[in-house]
Structure formats: structure tokens, C-alpha cells
Design a protein around this ligand. Structure first.
Ligand SMILES: C[S@@+](CC[C@H](N)C(=O)[O-])C[C@H]1O[C@@H](n2cnc3c(N)ncnc32)[C@H](O)[C@@H]1O
Length: 202
């Protein structure tokens, strides 16, 4: 069974809590996590060329195993990275015992009030698309609300039309445009290899 099959099996069995189930099964060795990649997302690396994060705060949404958060910390950012899965956060802390990243269990749909517009950079890589389509508007609005100045959205792209069987539920052009809310405006939005690379600024 593939990692994508594991994700779909667990989502179907427990739509509200399958992320925790997946990280727990992965820890027990009975499932694989599709996004368990050793390297930061290539579009993030490309976007960050020449960026010095010194003195700037970054927030990584739905951080998973920390590939993007560790990369941003290596650029000098003061990084907070959060995920809804306690087992996921425990695992990433164990993987990077000396990490300077602050790893936190938190729900994007109910984030701490202190995070409101608190981060110079917010990176959202494939979290909204991991949620059912009816949750996309609320999740998108929360991502925007956490952004102090720059938001980078990385996601798989799809056309407008019938909702696919997920997970994932890739983002349509209108769903990407929706991040331009709460005072954010699009600085650049492009598709590359079936993925969105979208930057918004306040
Ligand atoms: C497709 S994975 C992407 C992980 C990571 N961004 C990466 O690219 O490696 C989506 C992640 O979002 C997390 N997640 C799902 N719903 C969440 C929520 N409401 N709040 C915070 N994290 C959430 C999941 O536990 C999972 O780690």
C-alpha cells in the first residue's frame, strides 16, 4: 500500500482526526506519510534565494516533519512551526533535538490570539489542500490573519470544477486568489509543474 493509500484509508476512517492517526501509525511503522521528504520544498528554496531572515519572525503552518521550518531557521528566521497532530510535533522535536524552531501543537482553525499578524513571513505548504473543500475558506482566512507582511502559499493546483476525491483537495485559481484578503494583496501568483507558487504582501 502506498503512502497516499495510507492517507486516504485513515481519512475515510476518521475524517476529523486522521492526521494524528497517520503520524501515530507512522511512528508504529504501520503507515507511511506521503509528505515525509528529507528536503525543504523546492519552490520555497527557490523563493528564499538571497533572503536573510535575521531579526525576522516566520510561521510555518501545518509543519509536518519540519522540512520547511528547519530550512527557514537555517536562513536566520526566528521560526514558530505548528501542527494539529501532537504525535507529529513530538516526532519532529525528536528528529531535531537541537532545533532552534519552536514547535507547537495548534489548530489553524483556532489559532492563538497572540499570533494575529505576528509574523513577518508565513509559509503555508499544502495544509489547506489537506482539508476538505468546505473548510478551505475558513482555513484560508486564518492563514491570512496570521501574516504580518509576507505570505508564501505552496499547493497543488487544480481547475475549477467538480470536487475531487481527496485527500488532497488541490486548490483552484479562485481558492488561491482568496488568500488576498484581510489587507493582503497578490505580489506574484504562478503555476509551475502543476503547483501554485503564490506570494501575498500586506
Ligand atoms: C499535507 S501535510 C503537509 C505538511 C508540511 N507542510 C509539508 O509540506 O511537509 C498537512 C499537514 O497539516 C497538518 N494539519 C491538518 N489540519 C491542520 C490544522 N487544522 N491545523 C494545523 N495543522 C493541520 C497535518 O497534520 C499535516 O502535518
Amino acid at each position: 500500500m502506498s503512502a497516499d493509500d495510507d492517507a486516504r484509508r485513515l481519512q475515510a476512517a476518521n475524517p476529523a482526526g486522521w492526521f494524528e492517526d497517520l503520524y501515530a501509525e507512522a511512528r508504529a511503522g504501520t503507515a507511511s506519510v506521503p509528505w515525509d521528504q528529507p528536503h525543504p520544498q523546492a519552490h520555497l528554496v527557490e523563493w528564499a534565494a538571497g533572503v536573510d531572515g535575521t531579526g525576522r519572525r516566520a510561521l510555518v503552518v501545518g509543519c509536518g516533519y519540519g522540512r520547511d521550518s528547519e530550512f527557514l531557521a537555517s536562513l536566520g528566521f526566528d521560526v514558530v512551526a505548528f501542527d494539529i497532530s501532537p504525535t507529529g510535533i513530538a516526532t519532529v522535536r525528536a528528529r531535531y533535538p537541537d532545533s532552534e524552531v519552536s514547535y507547537v501543537v495548534a489548530d489553524l482553525l483556532d489559532p492563538p490570539a497572540a499570533w494575529h499578524r505576528a509574523f513577518d513571513l508565513v509559509v503555508e505548504n499544502m495544509t489547506v489542500q489537506a482539508l476538505p473543500v468546505d473548510l478551505h475558506p475558513a482555513a484560508t482566512e486564518r492563514v491570512a490573519s496570521l501574516t504580518g507582511s509576507t505570505l508564501l502559499v505552496l499547493a497543488v493546483a487544480r481547475e475549477e470544477g467538480p470536487v475531487p476525491d481527496g485527500p488532497p483537495w488541490p486548490l483552484t485559481p479562485s481558492e488561491i486568489e482568496a488568500f488576498g484578503t484581510d489587507g493582503l494583496s497578490a505580489r506574484s501568483v504562478r503555476r509551475d509543474g502543476g503547483r501554485w507558487v503564490a506570494e501575498f504582501v500586506r
